[in-house]
Design a protein around this ligand. Sequence first.
Ligand SMILES: NC(=O)C1=CN([C@@H]2O[C@H](COP(=O)(O)OP(=O)(O)OC[C@H]3O[C@@H](n4cnc5c(N)ncnc54)[C@H](OP(=O)(O)O)[C@@H]3O)[C@@H](O)[C@H]2O)C=CC1
Ligand SMILES: N[C@@H](CC=O)C(=O)O
Length: 429
Amino acid sequence: MESIKVALLGFGTVGQGTFELLVKNGDLIANRVGAPLQVTKIYVRNKAKYSHIALPEGTQFVESVEDVFTDPTIQVVVEVMGGTTFARECVEKALTLGKSVVTANKDLLAEAGPFLLDLAAKHKVDLRYEASVLGGIPIIRTLYESLAGNRITEIVGILNGTTNFILSNMTEKGAGYQEVLAEAQALGYAEADPTADVEGLDAARKLAILSSIAFNRRIFFEDVSVEGITKIDATDIAFGKEFGYTIKLLGIAKETKKGLSLNVHPSFISSDHPLASVRGSYNALYVKGNGIDDAMFYGRGAGSLPTGSSIVGDVMEVAKNIRTHHLGALQPFYFSEKNLYASGKIESSYYIRILVDNSTGVLAKVATKLAEQRISVQAVTQRNESETTSTIAIVTSSCPRSYIVNVINAFNNLRVVREVGSVIPIMAD
Ligand SMILES: NC(=O)C1=CN([C@@H]2O[C@H](COP(=O)(O)OP(=O)(O)OC[C@H]3O[C@@H](n4cnc5c(N)ncnc54)[C@H](OP(=O)(O)O)[C@@H]3O)[C@@H](O)[C@H]2O)C=CC1
Ligand SMILES: N[C@@H](CC=O)C(=O)O
């Protein structure tokens, strides 16, 4: 039986996980596809870097990407380099040459996904990207196919493994931010530039990709309002625990009467909420649909083999389509013209932390400012920091974000307030 030839572009964490699975599960994969899959070429910039790796017969490293494009036997190109410039050139070229593409590149998908999907359809080839969102959790195809009969109203998720690993370790072990970030990098969870993880950009890209499918719109990274975890510190985590909350970086896309709102920001959630128990590099997505009601998808959101698992699943689907002449059958369905509601205008309860002078009546002054903005308080706690200062942590009732912006301005003008620290939305159960 003739094998289906595959090329890898890039051989880092994900490239190596993909290759390992294709080799070690080769028999099983061949049986399931109906033909063996063979990686014949792996494009890398510098072969010498990989000289310690013994490749099986029939697989070679190449240092020119043209060796892949000019090889007519290669039908599937797996792009696992990352970035949006060279990677985009390669993906466009492969599709235009009639080669199907599988990629894990959320940066590229969130920037140009709709364009690339149209290009794939035009050239009657497949573009698959399961690995671009939630690592090993099969969510793209689930939304695309299994949940296609639902009108989806909301998706809420922990979409980034690195930040979840950092926040879990800070919460459970009292670990320091920098130390845990370095560990996440060593484990292969973080992006080449981890700013994308900790500033929430990676989660925002994933939310754009998921929302495009769930809400049938062309949604891009720029449509998402983003805030990362860099301002969260141990004090907030400790106060959160006192109030019964756990901190998570959430991606939330919600249909409202005014349109779709898309937000990524740190959020307190009740410690009893199922998302609170999603720890370490695990990710999860909550989906609300008018048929399924609520469903939660959970698993490893990053790492070599989990992400490789999603890539291999996609390569197998493409290979089956090659065998059955069904390439290009999976068309994107962008048909909704609904407006985006200004993201960032989140109505919810909020946690506010302020540093104040230890003067008489300080709590009453703070309460007056809250009342003036029509904000009612659910809980409040005060902790002495020194002889002259203390921290006040407040949990408000649900109110529009604009009320919170106003009260923060008012606090900043209050002489007894030394500093307004964190302001964190609290997700309703
Ligand atoms: N790590 C993870 O858990 C996940 C990653 N992803 C995505 O998968 C993709 C790859 O990530 P990951 O494997 O972690 O990244 P790595 O940095 O580990 O690997 C990237 C590989 O691509 C190569 N590469 C980068 N740029 C070029 C280029 N211009 N020409 C040739 N080779 C290039 C690198 O080569 P060199 O060694 O020469 O730099 C390296 O081999 C990214 O899009 C990432 O966002 C998606 C889900 C999970
Ligand atoms: N850096 C990403 C990798 C997977 O997408 C993450 O931490 O989730």
